[in-house]
Write a protein that binds this ligand. Sequence first.
Ligand code: CAA
Length: 411
Amino acid sequence: MTVGIERLAVYVPQYALRLADLAVARGVPPEKLTSGLGVREMAIPAPCEDVVTLAATAGARLLRAAGVGPDEIGMLLVATETGVDHSKPVSIFVHDLLGIGPRCRVYELKHACYAGTAALMTAADWVRAGRERRALVIASDIARYEIGSAGEPTQGAGAVAMLVGSEPRALVLGEQSGTHAGNVHDFWRPLDRRAAIVDGRYSVDCYLDALSGAFGAYREAERPRLGPAEALSDRLARLLYHTPFPKMAMKAHRRLVEVDWRAAPERWARVAPRLDDAALEAYRELAAPGLEAVARVGNTYTASLYLCLAALLEAEGTALAGRRIGLFSYGSGCCAEFFTGIVGDAVETVADAGVGRMLADRTFVDVEAYERLVGAGEAGGDPPADFAGEFVFAGLRDHRREYRRPGVLAA
Ligand code: CAA
């Protein structure tokens, strides 16, 4: 049975900060952020937004674009690091806001930035089991680090909704995948904290080691088997990575091709003497094209890999139709997965995920306004006049979270 992603839709908050402005305010050279990390802009949510409103907006846009009624959804999975309650899942608020009927399996998934992939794989297996309806998977996150910390320039926010079913015009998922897991303290967020604790440089090492493990496992399972001069990346038109900041994807690609080429002795003998140059060439061709949106949005944790996918299909889906791409997902803590998919032959009919339009329509704020927005947190309340989202977090009443449409007055 052919299973995969039928269509994607993206929602990114309309406020953004230029990293060059942040660099000036923090007294670091702008190139350290724009070139050293590769981030140019980061998205900032309004106080009336939280992961529920981000997820519901992406979900509503997806259902509308796909012409799929809420009753056709038999499973709704929301992946997030930024849950709003220790018990009540983000997914049940989204279920309500989207008007999905009661005959639906609904739950939230958490594993740092990996949960979006866990949800996608679960949904694909659910469809493979012969369900007659579709699954809706939404990855939604707000990446928060302390102001002034090394992680601050790697914040961001956004949601990606994916319709998973048996008519995958966007991406046909392969059945194989390579995984890697291990208990590490690279990035975590205790229950009482709003911002993550991170051992930054160690987290980069953990990511790269997990990549070696997951990609190595996938490579061994590849069929037909690879020849002694053949790299798995030769069979892939693009490679997408979980991207907390674009430079991480560059480091990841360098590690992937090294693992890949070392395992092909004839190839390795040829490239080893000029590994750095050859890896950079491969990065420019295979990985860099998928990073444009993420450099303008920042880290979206569980949604990051799928923001790369949505933007890639929007930018060059037609040219990639029928071609196989590789995807690497990493969640701190950690669990990682490498998998592949084939871009649908009719991808041009579903390629518009709204990314280009949304990025073009944003409002840039200065550092003072950014600090005010971060300081306000998710206060809830009325949306700003130029609000681009479709749902508002109105606030708490009797410890209950209340949501509404922007134009609807609170009861
Ligand atoms: N011009 C150009 N480049 C410069 C520069 C300048 N003037 N000054 C420094 N740089 C370069 C450095 O050489 C370095 O590049 P390389 O890594 O290629 O050597 C880069 O800028 C970063 O500089 P530092 O090494 O000084 O590191 P930093 O203090 O900026 O911190 C970080 C980087 C540790 C990643 C920090 O941003 C962080 O803690 N981020 C959050 C954690 C994270 O994203 N980890 C990634 C893996 S874990 C994961 O993926 C899960 C997740 O989403 C969180």
